[in-house]
Design a protein around this ligand. Structure first.
Ligand SMILES: [Fe+2]
Length: 235
């Protein structure tokens, strides 16, 4: 379904009583957003998370969806998975909500990446990869104007870091923020289970096997993978 969200979004923003569901239903992600919001604890009851209003989140994800529909849907799913994993790890209700927000916005720096690069299914040139590699920093630089939450800012900045230091910026081990480790697992899971033009998604059980291999190579955190594996969506 394609749908012109702008008038509705504007109306919602004017009322300033919007929540994620009412915005995202208007941008066509009806089924996934119902689940996303339901899994974000008490998000209906709040108007902002760490200074970022629900309307701002909606507008950012709406913009990202318009630029690249896949990345818009991916952001919603990663927000949902990150929320569920954070809950499974026993974080507080507030922390779960903040991690969910970071998961939702983790790729927002892709707004600064040309669409021709974002939708390129072929191998990227060195120059194009350098631009893509900068999206976590661009996202961090955008969000720093909205929040001073270390969880959100580090979650976004470090979501491509790997435990052994082989990620985008070479941060490793305990220097990687817990939120970024959660998003990395959620992000990887979604990338493996989702159909792409160049790759068929696999069932969750198969994805977990692949991700166990990533743990062995010290790329993602095994405790967080265990939390993911314990979720009903993986059984
Ligand atoms: Fe990313």
């Amino acid at each position: 379904m394609h749908y012109n969200a702008e008038p509705a979004l504007h109306k919602v923003a004017q009322r300033n009583t919007a929540n994620l569901a009412s915005i995202f239903k208007r941008i066509g992600h009806t089924s996934i957003i119902a689940e996303t919001v339901a899994s974000m604890i008490n998000v209906h009851a709040v108007k902002e998370v760490e200074g970022i209003s629900i309307v701002q989140m909606g507008a950012l994800i709406y913009s990202l969806s318009q630029k690249d529909e896949y990345t818009g849907g991916h952001s919603l799913r990663v927000g949902r998975y990150a929320t569920l994993i954070a809950g499974g790890l026993g974080l507080s209700e507030r922390e779960v909500r903040v991690v969910g927000c970071a998961g939702l916005l983790h790729d927002i720096g892709k707004l600064a990446v040309p669409r021709s690069i974002l939708i390129n299914a072929n191998e990227l040139s060195k120059e194009e990869f350098a631009i893509i590699k900068n999206h976590p920093r661009m996202g961090h630089n955008m969000l720093i104007h909205m929040t001073d939450s270390a969880t959100i800012l580090n979650g976004v900045l470090q979501h491509h870091e790997r435990l052994n230091g082989s990620g985008y910026y070479g941060v490793k081990g305990d220097d990687i923020h817990l939120c970024a480790k959660i998003i990395a697992v959620a992000d990887t899971f979604d990338a493996i289970v989702t159909d792409r033009p160049y790759q068929k998604g696999v069932p969750p059980a198969e994805a977990l096997k692949i991700m166990n291999g990533l743990c062995d190579r010290m790329l993602i955190d095994p405790h967080i993978l265990t939390a993911l594996a314990s979720l009903p969506l993986c059984s």
